[in-house]
Write a protein that binds this ligand. Structure first.
Ligand code: UT7
Length: 324
């Protein structure tokens, strides 16, 4: 029986940095409000780079770090809500760019839980014996779906890409436990990118809704209510203690959400990785970007048990307990 070992981590942030000061010149806000309410000091935004272009940079890094060739990749999964096209999917664009000619490739849409869902799917292909090397990405150009005149959301969202190579391993315990959920009944509390049906057969008089619309307070309380429960659930499923967990890597939605999670779980905040101050909220990209940062800082050690947890649009949420 094979398990899922993560053998490479990589991320890419577009070079254009937008500070809180810069946003203060665009909407009625200020650095102090943004930092104290969200934890964000600055964020990266695309000046034309698409999700697939960012992912190709991540993919190149993954291949060179792992020593795995593009032909050895069996599957490419991209979690994103901002693909370059509806078709071809982002994963096929990456496949072409890197020459992963033996892979099959598809995108997944689960907003800020996207990377968790995608890693869960990758794990099943690995456990079934169907795939040996799977590239899993989380990547977003949220700036394209952000209403830059809405101060309640434009201060939060940002762009970036991250990815891992998940490999079949007989040595590593891999994905030990998981807990995945959706609550479609509350989905309209966070929307974006609505398709507008306006054709010769149907004159649409509805207002177009390309941009994010979010009931921030509702999402905040949904996250602080459900995510700690999800983390407790996988710790219980695995039969381990909280002290056995080396790190919790949460979706970087808002640093206050992470602080509230730590408090509810009665776990030290130092166990929770936070890099939102420099990345903003990059939805599906935030967890793989955080993992690449942690790896780069030497914080991830072989044998560590870590928990990844994502939550957001859908509404969706989920947690994974991984042994590295
Ligand atoms: O990624 C997954 C999905 N998204 C999330 O997880 C986001 C979850 N929600 C949040 O992070 C927070 O709710 C926000 C950061 C979006 C908003 O923070 P908040 O503390 O919930 O603020 P609020 O919406 O309750 O607004 C408080 C006040 C309001 O003024 P009044 O009505 O009290 O006078 C807002 O108008 O702050 C005002 N406000 C701002 N003031 C300065 C809202 N945005 C801003 C702003 N600058 N940018």
């Amino acid at each position: 029986m094979y398990n899922t070992k993560i053998v490479a981590f990589e991320s890419y942030l577009p070079p254009r940095v937008v500070t809180n000061e810069e946003l203060s010149g665009m909407v009625d806000t200020n650095d102090e409000w943004i930092r104290t309410r969200t934890g964000v000091s600055e964020r990266h935004v695309s000046v034309g780079e698409t999700v697939s272009e960012m992912c190709v940079k991540v993919a190149d890094g993954l291949l060179s770090k792992s020593g795995i060739s593009a032909e050895e990749i069996d599957l490419i999964i991209v979690a994103t809500i901002t693909p370059d096209f509806a078709t071809p999917n982002t994963a096929c664009l990456i496949q072409k760019a890197i020459g992963a000619k033996n892979a099959f490739a598809f995108d997944m849409s689960a907003a800020c839980s996207g990377f968790i869902y995608a890693l869960s799917v990758a794990d099943k292909y690995i456990k079934s014996g169907m795939c040996k090397n799977v590239m899993v990405f989380g990547a977003e150009v949220l700036s394209a779906m952000t209403d830059w005149s809405d101060r309640s959301s434009c201060i939060l969202f940002a762009d970036g890409a991250g990815g891992v190579i998940a490999q079949a391993s007989e040595q590593c315990a891999g994905l030990i436990a998981e807990d995945l959920h959706s609550k479609g009944e509350d989905g309209l509390k966070l929307t974006g990118g609505a398709i507008c049906i306006d054709t010769p057969f149907f004159d649409n008089d509805k207002e177009k809704q390309p941009y994010f619309k979010m009931d921030g307070r509702a999402i905040f309380s949904f996250a602080t209510r459900n995510v700690p429960r999800s983390i407790e659930c996988i710790i219980e499923k695995a039969g381990i203690a909280k002290t056995d967990i080396a790190h919790i890597v949460p979706h970087q939605a808002n640093s206050r959400i992470v602080e509230a999670m730590a408090k509810k779980l009665d776990m030290p905040i130092e166990k929770f990785f936070i890099n939102i101050q420099k990345t903003g909220n990059t939805s599906a990209a935030s967890i793989p970007i955080a993992l690449a940062d942690m790896y780069g800082e030497g914080r991830l050690k072989t044998g560590d048990k870590i928990i990844l947890t994502g939550f957001g649009g859908g509404l969706t949420w989920g947690s994974i307990l991984l042994e590295l």
